[in-house]
Design a protein around this ligand. Structure first.
Ligand code: AQP
Length: 326
C-alpha cells in the first residue's frame, strides 16, 4: 500500500529528521510512496516568508539528495489550486466539535495564549488541510507518530462521511506506525527531542552544519558525572542519546555501542566523526542541487505536475458529487 509522508519547513533539517525519517524513506520506501514538503503547514504560526521559501527549497533538495525518487516528491503549495477547493469541501464535511477535539490544537493554542501571541484560524483548520493532502493523493497509509494519529483519524472519518453522503470519491486512509527509528534528542537538553524550531541551536545538529561546528556541538553535549559507559536511557539520557546516534550511524546494536570506549570524551570524538561522515555525502549533494537552481526548479515542476495529475480526477469527482459545477 503506498504511503504519504511529509516534512515541514519550520526550520533547517537536523540529524533527527535525517536518521528518524528521511534516510529511512530513502532506504525503505515502497514503490508508490509519496513525500512532500509541507510549507502550508508551516504558516499556522509566526513565520518569515523569505525563510519559508528558502527552507522549502532546502528540504526539497534534502529529500532528493538523500536518494528518494524525485518523481515521488513534491511541494505542498504547488498543489494549492487543488488543495484549496478540497479543503473547503472537507471543512463543509467536518463538524466544529470534531475539529475542536484535536489535542494538538488544544496544546499549541494554549501555549500561544500563554505567550500572548495570536492563535491563527489556520492552526485550527490545519488538520482539515492535512486531510486534503492525504485524500487528494489517494494514499491508503499514512505513517505518523502519536501526535499526528488523531489527524489521520479525522481524515479517515471525513473520507468515510463524504463517500457515504455524496458517493465514492476518496480512498479511506489509515494511520500506520512507522518502523522504529532513532528518536534523536537535543544534545544540550536530552529531555527534549532534537527540534527544527529549537530556540537554542547549541544542541541541534543541522544537516548543513560544517564538520567543525558538528564536532563542537557533539563535544559540548550534556552527559553526566557517573562516568559509566552503558546504555541506560532513564538514568543517563544524554549518554544514551549519543549511543543511539552512534548505533544509528554505524548499524551496531545500541546496547553494544559503548563497547571499547574508555571515556565520554573518546566516545564523543567518535560520535562526531561518524555523524560527519553520515551527513557528508548528503550535504555535498544538497549543495550541488542548491547551486544548480534550474535543475532543482525542474525537479520541483515535475514533482508538482505528477502530484497534480494524481489528484485531478479525484478532485473533479468530489466537486461534482458535492453539487458543484454545471
Ligand atoms: N528528534 C527527532 N528524532 C527522530 N525523528 C524526528 N523527526 C523530527 N524530529 C525528530 C521526524 O522527522 C520527520 C519530519 O518532521 P516534521 O517536519 O513533521 O517535524 P516535527 O516532527 O514536528 O519535528 P521537528 O523536525 O523538530 O520540527 P518542529 O520544530 O516543527 O517541531 C517526522 O517523521 C518526524 O517524526
Amino acid at each position: 500500500m503506498p504511503r504519504l509522508s511529509a516534512i515541514t519547513p519550520s526550520g533547517p533539517a537536523h540529524l533527527g529528521n535525517y536518521l528518524g525519517a528521511v534516510r529511512r524513506w530513502a532506504r525503505e520506501g515502497r514503490p508508490g510512496d509519496l513525500y512532500f514538503v509541507s510549507d502550508l503547514h508551516a504558516m499556522t504560526t509566526f513565520y518569515d516568508p523569505q525563510r519559508l521559501r528558502s527552507r522549502t527549497r532546502d528540504l526539497l533538495a534534502l529529500l532528493v539528495a538523500s536518494g528518494i525518487d524525485p518523481d515521488r516528491v513534491f511541494v505542498q503549495s504547488d498543489l494549492l489550486a487543488q488543495l484549496g477547493p478540497l479543503t473547503w469541501l472537507l471543512e463543509c464535511t467536518c463538524s466544529f466539535g470534531e475539529a475542536a477535539r484535536m489535542t494538538q490544537f488544544k496544546e499549541k493554542s494554549a501555549a500561544r495564549e500563554l505567550a500572548e501571541t495570536p492563535v491563527r484560524v489556520g492552526l485550527f483548520t490545519y488538520p482539515v488541510l492535512m486531510a486534503a493532502d492525504i485524500l487528494l493523493q489517494g494514499t491508503a497509509e499514512v505513517p505518523v507518530g502519536d501526535d499526528q494519529a488523531q489527524h489521520v483519524e479525522l481524515a479517515r472519518a471525513l473520507a468515510r462521511r463524504f463517500n457515504g453522503t455524496f458517493g465514492e470519491a476518496f480512498v479511506v486512509p489509515v494511520a500506520v506506525t512507522p518502523p522504529a527509528a532513532a528518536r534523536v534528542r537535543d544534545l544540550a537538553d536530552p529531555s527534549r527531542k532534537m527540534d527544527k524550531s529549537a530556540r537554542d541551536a547549541a544542541g541541534v545538529l543541522y544537516v548543513m552544519d560544517a564538520p567543525d561546528l558538528l564536532r563542537r556541538k557533539v563535544k559540548r553535549a550534556v552527559t553526566d558525572s557517573l562516568d559509566r559507559l552503558e546504555y541506560r536511557p532513564d538514568e543517563q539520557p544524554g549518554l544514551a542519546n549519543l549511543l543511539e546516534i552512534l548505533a544509528a550511524c554505524t548499524g551496531k546494536p545500541v546496547r553494544e555501542a559503548a563497547d571499547g570506549f574508555s571515556s565520554y570524551g573518546e566516545l564523543k570524538d567518535t560520535v562526531a566523526e561518524v555523524v560527519i561522515e553520515e551527513l557528508r555525502p548528503v550535504r555535498e549533494r544538497i549543495s550541488a542541487l542548491l547551486a544548480d537552481q534550474p535543475e532543482l526548479d525542474r525537479v520541483r515542476r515535475r514533482g508538482a505536475e505528477l502530484a497534480t495529475a494524481r489528484g485531478a480526477e479525484r478532485l473533479e469527482v468530489a466537486l461534482r458529487l458535492a453539487g458543484l459545477g454545471r
